[in-house]
Every structure is written in structure tokens, then in C-alpha cells.
Ligand binder design. Structure first.
Ligand code: SAM
Length: 263
């Protein structure tokens, strides 16, 4: 019930549903079956910048597609608009909405913020996990993020914290493998800080640009080269720091040798 011009009138709320789903790192083959099925039956798809065109092409063609990419510096304003859109399509119009995020919705995706907003507004939300670029990126470059005897701990770290400040690298400097997201631009500062925190200057580093897409490019280097700005990297990229990076060359040699084995 609500008051309108002094009269009490019933308010009809058409409650829809929001699926907060991960689109994986880009390759549609890495989409989960659950997300695929939801996309095929969606009324509305609200998608982020890193969701690939190939994944979107699998969604219900009759659905309403809304781009919700966040350019640097406008993230908070755009986030408020996205919440308003979700409220309108699911809450007011009763639509079945897939809120599609690159990778996994809860890995640096502001997924829980949107979930909290929707639950507070009384809208049902289901989280559908996705394959995160933090794991899929290194794997697609033949870099295991853990390896018995070499790395028994791994940290997934954002290059930046709330407000755009660079992360405090002392907190994670002792972890065997560091997988750093959103760090392409600030890579030199990150590498310098990691060396200052005691990581060896010749520690191997890999960048996987546009992982799991036809444009994937892998660059292997060392912390001191990154600190000296000796390499060119473009976002989106996953940065991997740790001894596990050396396994890539070893596995590549073995793969080549396997091709030469006569059966
Ligand atoms: C806002 S975070 C979102 C992470 C995402 N939720 C996930 O689980 O992959 C965006 C960052 O993820 C990384 N990223 C996402 N997709 C990528 C891809 N296909 N290749 C390389 N890096 C990617 C980049 O570091 C990018 O700056």
C-alpha cells in the first residue's frame, strides 16, 4: 500500500529474479552449463566490458542486451546506474535478468555489492560461479599456480584498492605465487615494490594478455625487467610472479618432445 494524493492505493510489484553469473575469461567453451542455460532463457542480459562477443552470441536473441562497462574514473557512478537498472528490470518489470560478469562474479567483480543491494530491495539473487581469469589465464599459458615442491600457496591480488590506491605489497610478499589482476598499467611500480619487499629481482614473471581468446599473448620476463619498464603489456592481462613460471618452458619442451615420439 502507498499514499497517493492522500488516498491509499495498492502497489503492484512484479518481482523478477537476478542471476549474478560468471562468463569465464572469454572463450565460450569455458562458460558453465548453468550460465549457458540461463543466458538462453534470459529476458535481459546486463554485461560487463570483459564479456566476450562470442559468449553474448549464445544468449537468447530476443533478450534485451545492456552494456554496463565501467571506464576508469567513472566506476562508482556507473555502479549506481547498474543497480538502478537491475532494480527496474527485475524488481519493477518482473524480468528474468542475467547480470553477466567476466570471469567469476565474486573475484574483483563487485558481485557481492550488487547482491547486497538486490537482497535489500527484496529481489531474489542466485550466484552462478564462473571460471576466473586468475586461474584460467595462467593455466592457458601452461603455468600451474601451485606445484608440489615449488609453490604451496597462491594469492590473487588486485593491483589497486578502494579509492585507486596501489595495494600494500608487504601483505602478500611472502606468498609463493602471486596472481595479480588489473596490474598491466602499474606493472613497473608493482615489480619495484615486490623487490623492495624482498622478492628476488630475477624472479620469473609472466603476463598473459587477453587470456583464453584467439589474441592471447604470453610474455615471460623477470621482476627487474618489469621494474625497468623493459616490456610492453596491454590490459587486460594477468600477471604471475613466482617460480612456477619456469614450468612453462619445461612443459613446452616436453610437449615438443612428445610430438616427436614415434608410436
Ligand atoms: C575487474 S577484474 C575482473 C576479474 C574477473 N571477475 C575474473 O574473475 O576474471 C578485471 C581484470 O581481470 C583480468 N582479466 C579478466 N579477463 C581477462 C582475460 N581474458 N585475459 C587477461 N586478463 C583478464 C585483468 O587483470 C583485468 O584487468
Amino acid at each position: 500500500l502507498s499514499l497517493s494524493g492522500g488516498r491509499i492505493v495498492p502497489v503492484v510489484r512484479a518481482i523478477g529474479e537476478v542471476f549474478l553469473a560468471g562468463a569465464g575469461p572469454g572463450d565460450p567453451e569455458l562458460l558453465t552449463l548453468r550460465t549457458l542455460r540461463l543466458l538462453q532463457s534470459a529476458d535481459v542480459v546486463i554485461y560487463d566490458r570483459l564479456v566476450s562477443a562470442e559468449v553474448l552470441a549464445l544468449a537468447n536473441p530476443e533478450a534485451e542486451f545492456i552494456y554496463a562497462g565501467k571506464d576508469e574514473g567513472h566506476q562508482n557512478a556507473v555502479q549506481a546506474e547498474i543497480c538502478e537498472l537491475l532494480l527496474d528490470r527485475a524488481g519493477r518489470r518482473g524480468k528474468r535478468v542475467v547480470r553477466l560478469k567476466g570471469g567469476d562474479p565474486f573475484v574483483f567483480g563487485r558481485g557481492a555489492e550488487e547482491m547486497r543491494f538486490l537482497l535489500e530491495a527484496g529481489i531474489t539473487v542466485e550466484v552462478v560461479p564462473g571460471v576466473s581469469s586468475a586461474i584460467a589465464g595462467p593455466a592457458a599459458a601452461n603455468i600451474p599456480v601451485t606445484h608440489r615442491g615449488i609453490a604451496s600457496s597462491v594469492a590473487i591480488v588486485s593491483a589497486r584498492c578502494k579509492g585507486g590506491r596501489l595495494n600494500d605489497w608487504r601483505k602478500v610478499a611472502g606468498v609463493d605465487t602471486l596472481v595479480i589482476l588489473m596490474g598491466a598499467k602499474s606493472r613497473a611500480k608493482i615489480a619495484t615494490s615486490l623487490i623492495e619487499c624482498g622478492r628476488p629481482a630475477d624472479e620469473p614473471v609472466a603476463f598473459i594478455e587477453r587470456a583464453c581468446t584467439p589474441e592471447q599473448r604470453v610474455t615471460e620476463t623477470t621482476l627487474d625487467d618489469v621494474a625497468a619498464s623493459a616490456i610492453e603489456i596491454e590490459a587486460p592481462a594477468v600477471m604471475v610472479v613466482g617460480e612456477v613460471v619456469r614450468l612453462r618452458a619445461e612443459l613446452a619442451d616436453l610437449a615438443r618432445a612428445a610430438m616427436d615420439v614415434e608410436v
